[in-house]
Write a protein that binds this ligand. Structure first.
Ligand code: C2E
Ligand code: CA
Ligand code: CA
Length: 676
């Protein structure tokens, strides 16, 4: 009697605990709207009803109502609920892990499986009245065994994630599942053993005492877990809010406040205090018109695309979105031309149309520039001034660039207009080659010419390279000029060689970028072939800095040029700071001594020694030497005396037009004719 009273009161206590948990989870489910809470609530409700049902069935059995027709359906329902409980707990854990509500189909399938297992375990062995032990084993033992195993598996899964996430709630829940599952599995095992071997120790009774304890522990663990989860979410939300308060939600860029704070920090850094800071305010022209015409959704996409372009412009510049269609960039150590160059690069970057859907939208930009310390020493002042300059740029018709300081605008405008003019000049073929003769030192015979670029400006007349080479280089068009001069030079050379039969050559100047083009040797070779010229009559002049810019790549180009038979001169030799040893290791055919070597005001004995040593060194290495800038007979004598092979300078002639150079060629022929 004591035994059944003990069991029934234990079951009722468990049922009460399960109902309590179901209620708690239901409440939380209503508050937090998390699907897994609903699932657990249902799960514990099922457990509670199962316990009530099985207690009732048990009670009926001991009250002599064991054969009552209601007992079988009651057991059936009760066991189905027991299995449904297990399934729902597992589904809830899974839903929590995934952060997603379980599928309706999964829930229905779980209930169906529970019903099948429940039915089978109730109906098994009912035919055989003697198989009482087997029946109990099927109903209670199987239930406890399955539940126990499921709990142990859940415990292991939870323990793993508990460690990974350092969650105390998961840990407690895992322990509860482990205790509960362990007790149930142990009970099922004992029951099996008793069925086989007869009554053992009263352990079954003791293990059952763990059930309500484990259940309360489980409830507590799950609630703590929930709170931890809730706290993590709150934390994430707070971080997101913090991020949002610093960043623009549309483009993800720093907002004005954040931009200013970062810039101020940079301005205050002692190491940077001396450095110049530049702030660029960038505004999209016609953005409002786009917004009006295509709607704000298209406008937003343009802004996002624009932000992405700006983000690729330069990683050293700090980027932000100020308001509406205005962005800003800032950088410390923006010395010299850096801000202007960046601004121009940005403008051409933003000139590209935006492909939105099927349309190409042109949304060019205007830029305002402010520089510290002149235009302000704190972020707010600099930014405001950059925006003032931006407004001015827009007032002047847009697609422009304005400095806050008016004096800088003149310079910038001059440079910009020069660059625009240069593009036009290239397109309209305003560049030409002039030719400076080079003579043999030994007998004064014409050896060839150096082609020098000139710009025949429609208003300013003939302009020398110092007026355009650097600007062309900055806009990346010097390469085009170089190749154009090569072509012009070869046209002339072919004509002169044909007319005179003289073996004269021509050299052309190449900037670093031209020289580093990987297709340069092949292009030159093709041009030579087109004019029917032998490669040895063309030489390229490169400077130390361009040769040593990327020594490995230079060596490759030089080797390929040599293989084609094109000669290479090292120009302005002696003006750089490069290592002589490094230079002389390059496969070049000759050196052009800079005219500073012949400086008449220089220390003559010292220069003489230097030139003599250089010539000696070059000759030993199989190179020829040209003396540049020979302006007087004395200088020519000086160079000749030191073993220089070729002379070039105003003494013999400056840069000549092609026709004048042609006269020199025919005079050379007459001279050689006379000699012959
Ligand atoms: P560079 O290669 O050293 O060319 C020699 C420069 O010295 C030429 O100036 C020439 O007119 C000048 N010169 C010649 N003889 C004398 C002299 O006796 N005394 C003085 N004081 N100067 C003399 P230019 O034509 O103004 O060219 C200047 C520089 O522009 C050239 O220096 C070269 O580096 C560059 N350059 C010229 N044409 C081209 C070109 O087609 N492509 C490239 N990338 N650069 C070029
Ligand atoms: Ca040269
Ligand atoms: Ca030179």
């Amino acid at each position: 009697v004591e035994s059944w009273q003990y069991f029934i009161s234990l079951s009722l206590a468990q049922a009460l605990a399960a109902t309590l948990l179901a209620w708690v989870f239901h409440r939380y489910w209503r508050v937090y709207a998390r699907p897994y809470l609903g699932v657990w609530s249902l799960g514990f409700l099922a457990l509670s009803f199962h316990l009530l049902g099985s207690t009732a069935a048990h009670f009926m059995a001991i009250s002599g109502l064991g054969a009552h027709p209601i007992r079988t359906p009651l057991s059936l329902l009760s066991l189905t609920l027991a299995y449904a409980h297990v399934a729902l707990i597992l589904i809830g854990v899974r839903a929590l892990e995934l952060g997603q509500p379980p599928r309706r189909r999964l829930l229905l399938a779980a209930v169906a499986v529970a019903a099948v297992v429940g039915t089978v375990s109730v109906l098994a062995f009912t035919r055989d009245p003697a198989a009482f032990g087997a029946r109990v084993l099927m109903r209670v033992g199987l239930r406890d065994g399955i539940t126990g195993l499921a709990y142990v598996i859940t415990a292991l899964l939870l323990l793993r994630t508990a460690q990974a996430r350092q969650s105390y709630g998961r840990w407690l829940a895992a322990m509860a599942f482990a205790v509960y599952g362990g007790a149930l599995t142990l009970g099922a095992g004992l029951m099996l053993a008793e069925t086989v071997a007869g009554p053992l120790l009263p352990l079954i009774a003791y293990q059952a005492a763990f059930h309500p304890v484990a259940m309360l522990m489980l409830g507590l663990g799950l609630v703590i877990w929930l709170l931890e989860d809730e706290r993590a979410r709150a934390l994430a939300a707070r971080q997101e809010a913090a991020r949002m308060s610093l960043h623009d939600p549309l483009t993800g860029l720093a907002n004005r406040r954040h931009f200013c704070a970062t810039l101020d920090r940079s301005l205050e850094r002692p190491a940077q205090a001396e450095a110049r800071h530049a702030v660029l305010a960038i505004g999209l022209d016609r953005f409002q018109a786009i917004n009006n015409a295509y709607g704000s959704e298209v406008g937003d996409r343009v802004l996002v695309a624009c932000a992405a372009r700006l983000a690729t412009s330069d990683p050293h510049w700090q980027l932000g979105r100020l308001e509406g269609d205005q962005f800003a960039l800032a950088s410390a150590a923006a010395e010299g031309e850096a801000p202007l160059r960046l601004a121009q690069r940005l403008q051409s970057l933003l000139d590209q149309p935006y492909r939105i859907g099927t349309q190409d939208l042109h949304v060019p930009a205007s830029i305002g520039l402010a520089l510290s310390p002149e235009d302000g020493q704190d972020a707010e002042r600099l930014l405001n001034n950059a925006q003032l300059a931006l407004r001015q740029a827009k007032r002047l018709g847009g697609h422009g660039l304005q400095f806050y300081a008016p004096s800088l605008n003149d310079q910038a405008r001059r440079r910009l207009s020069l660059q625009i003019e240069l593009r036009r000049a290239l397109a309209e073929n305003e560049f030409e080659a002039m030719f400076q003769p080079v003579f043999r030192a030994r007998d004064g015979r014409l050896a060839g010419f150096e082609a020098l670029a000139r710009w025949r400006h429609p208003r300013h007349g003939m302009l020398a390279p110092d007026r355009f080479v650097q600007a062309l280089e900055e806009i990346g068009l010097l390469v085009e000029l170089d190749l154009l001069i090569v072509e012009r030079a070869l046209v002339q050379l072919a004509r002169w060689r044909q007319d005179s039969g003289e073996d004269i050559s021509v050299s052309v100047n190449l900037c670093a970028r031209s020289f580093q083009r990987h297709d340069l040797p092949e292009r030159m070779e093709a041009m030579l072939r087109a004019h029917g010229l032998p490669p040895a009559c063309l030489a390229v002049e490169i400077t130390e800095s361009s040769a040593l810019d990327d020594p490995a790549a230079s060596r490759r180009t030089l080797d390929r040029l040599s293989r084609h038979g094109i000669r290479v001169w090292l120009d302005d030799f002696g003006t750089g700071h490069s290592s002589l040893a490094q230079l002389l290791r390059l496969p070049v055919h000759g050196l052009k001594l800079d005219r500073s070597f012949l400086d008449p005001d220089g220390d003559q004995p010292r220069q003489g020694a230097l030139v003599a040593a250089t010539v000696q060194l070059a000759t030993d290495l199989g190179m020829q030497v040209v003396a540049e800038g020979v302006e007087s007979e004395r200088q020519a004598e000086f160079a000749r005396g030191r073993g220089v092979a070729l002379l070039q300078g105003y003494l013999f002639g400056g840069a000549l037009a092609a026709s004048e150079a042609g006269l020199l060629v025919s005079r050379a022929r007459q001279a050689s004719g006379r000699v012959a």
